[in-house]
Design a protein around this ligand. Structure first.
Ligand SMILES: C[S@@+](CC[C@H](N)C(=O)[O-])C[C@H]1O[C@@H](n2cnc3c(N)ncnc32)[C@H](O)[C@@H]1O
Length: 307
């Protein structure tokens, strides 16, 4: 394949060997703190963009349609995805959005290059389908692409059933839509709760879902936290992620456990739920003074760990 078209903007982290170093370009992925939002870009105003297209169909078509709407006339959208993470469906998405495109394949990725000019009606529908919305059944604001966006995760539901009445200052690491916060804030002795989450879409929804004056929101990578005020906490709750970029990554949950230990005061408590198969016991024991398994049900374990 010939070289990809030049680009001035980036969505996500396309592979270095395909797109070169994109780290200094304006970033539009909601999974990167500080990124701009394609939704806010005026139509027909953006220079060429390369996009590592997200894996979920609704979120992928939403992102593609937003990018197409934003592009200046004649600016290119280079969309790529690994074949097993949406890549084989990219061409179908482009067709569905009414685009003329060129498809190629390189390094296990499918690559579609197109210019603005998709079908206005289907693009508007894709944007509506992927937008934040209030889901009556969940009783929450949510958005396709966010973790467990259209159902309560069974691990989180189980953790909710086992939360003690916390008191003092705490945090929820990987807070998602703010599901656990509702359980934590039921205790009037809780004075402050910080919801920390990487996904900007989830944070935006959580702000609408959790309207309690005791709560603060922070879009950040829990592995790289640097918040001087957030220390000596009384408690932490979490349902840590174990997927990064679609692949299982046990080190992610283990890093969450180490961060939790570093944020708690001596005697502070971590409540954590995890799939039974995940190897968290040793990391918990290495980083906490006392670790207790509170419950084991339906493939999940809940741990209480004292710092
Ligand atoms: C298993 S989900 C739990 C979500 C929420 N607490 C719940 O119970 O529904 C894990 C969350 O961690 C977030 N996450 C993934 N990697 C992260 C990171 N490095 N830093 C902060 N949050 C992250 C995901 O976006 C996801 O919302």
């Amino acid at each position: 394949m010939s070289a990809l078209p030049a680009f001035e903007n980036v969505y996500g982290a396309p592979p270095l060997e395909l797109c070169g170093d994109t780290s200094r370009l304006p970033q539009f992925s909601p999974l990167i703190p500080g990124a701009l939002d394609l939704h806010d870009v005026a139509p027909a105003s953006l220079g060429p963009i390369t996009m590592l297209a997200p894996p979920g169909t609704i979120e992928r078509r939403y992102a593609l349609a937003l990018a197409l709407r934003a592009l200046k006339p004649d600016a290119t959208l280079t969309a790529l995805a690994p074949k097993d993470k949406g890549g084989t469906r990219l061409a179908g998405d482009m067709e569905a959005l009414g685009c003329t495109f060129h498809e190629s394949s390189k390094r296990h990725h499918r690559i579609c290059v197109t210019q603005s000019g998709g079908d206005a009606k289907t693009m508007a529908q894709a944007i509506a389908d992927g937008a934040p919305r209030f889901e009556e059944e969940l009783g929450l604001w949510t958005q396709p692409g966010v973790f467990s966006w259209n159902r309560i995760d069974p691990g989180s539901a189980m953790l909710m059933n086992h939360l003690p009445d916390f008191s003092g200052r705490g945090a929820d690491l990987g807070a998602g839509l703010g599901v656990l916060a509702h359980g934590v804030l039921a205790s009037p002795k809780v004075t402050a709760l910080t919801l920390i989450e990487l996904d900007g879409r989830a944070i935006a929804c959580a702000k609408r879902n959790v309207t309690d004056a005791r709560v603060q929101f922070l879009q950040a990578d829990v592995r790289k936290l640097n918040v001087p005020d957030l220390k000596a906490l009384d408690f932490i709750v979490m349902n840590p992620p174990f997927h990064d970029g679609g692949a299982e990554d046990k080190s992610l949950g283990q890093a969450f456990i180490k961060t939790a230990a570093s944020l708690l005061k001596k005697g502070g408590r971590l409540y954590c739920v995890a799939n039974r198969h995940l190897p968290y016991e040793n990391v918990l024991k290495d980083n906490f003074r006392r670790v207790t398994m509170v419950a084991e049900e339906a493939g999940f374990k809940i741990y209480e760990a004292m710092a």
